[in-house]
Design a protein around this ligand. Structure first.
Ligand code: HEC
Length: 179
């Protein structure tokens, strides 16, 4: 019995010492908070890669796109191949937009979602003529042109097509009007 007590006491002390060590001595290893959305980027020197990263952040964050557009059980189509699908959309007789390439199609989808409504995804009772997707440039999301261009570049990239973005034009526009 005596032996048991000795072991029990040892175990208690071990726990006490370990806790004290973790609380008082061990370095703080709590993960640092994620970087803020508004990270500093020198637009003048921004590379296409950085622009695409901004696009991904907007898609998953501020743009709210990823809330509806999910790979599994989303209430909107998966966009992992949108730059490829876009060509078929623009050839569809139901297409009412003005886009002439995938980049423009993606931008148009954000600004005028009803220009083409993916079959089965239209607002109820509209026979797929009205999209339930909100205009991304309007509140509450209110993306700027720069942010929408970045999202389009990101979606083109994940589709396996390189981004076809005219970065110099976008930089010039952003530097002249801040949007
Ligand atoms: C409230 C849900 C919702 C949100 C938020 C949303 N979408 Fe959509 N989106 C849809 C639905 C539903 C469709 C399919 C109907 C249609 O074609 O308009 C769609 C269609 C699209 C299409 C065309 C898909 C195709 O296959 O032709 C693109 C591109 C797109 N969305 C991009 C975006 C981007 C980028 C954002 C974020 C800025 C976004 N969406 C935010 C619901 C949403």
């Amino acid at each position: 019995m005596k032996v048991f007590y000795r072991y029990a006491a040892f175990a208690v002390m071990a726990v006490v010492f370990y806790t004290a060590f973790v609380e008082l001595v061990a370095p703080d290893v709590t993960p640092s908070p994620p970087p803020p959305e508004e990270e500093f980027v020198d637009i003048g020197k921004m590379t296409v890669e950085e622009f695409i990263i901004i696009g991904e952040r907007v898609f998953k964050g501020k743009g709210s796109c990823a809330l509806c557009h999910k790979r599994v059980r989303g209430r909107a189509p998966w966009l992992g191949e949108i730059a490829v699908t876009a060509a078929k959309r623009m050839e569809d007789p139901r297409y009412r937009g003005k886009a002439t390439n995938p980049h423009e199609y993606i931008l148009e989808s954000m600004l005028d979602p009803s220009a083409y409504v993916v079959p089965g995804y239209g607002k109820k009772g509209t026979a797929d003529t009205v999209s339930p997707m909100p205009d991304a440039s309007k509140p509450p999301v209110g993306l700027s042109r720069f942010e929408m261009e970045a999202v389009a570049a990101y979606l083109e990239t994940i589709s396996g097509r390189g981004a076809t973005v005219d970065l110099e034009r976008i930089k010039k526009e952003f530097l002249s009007n801040g949007r």
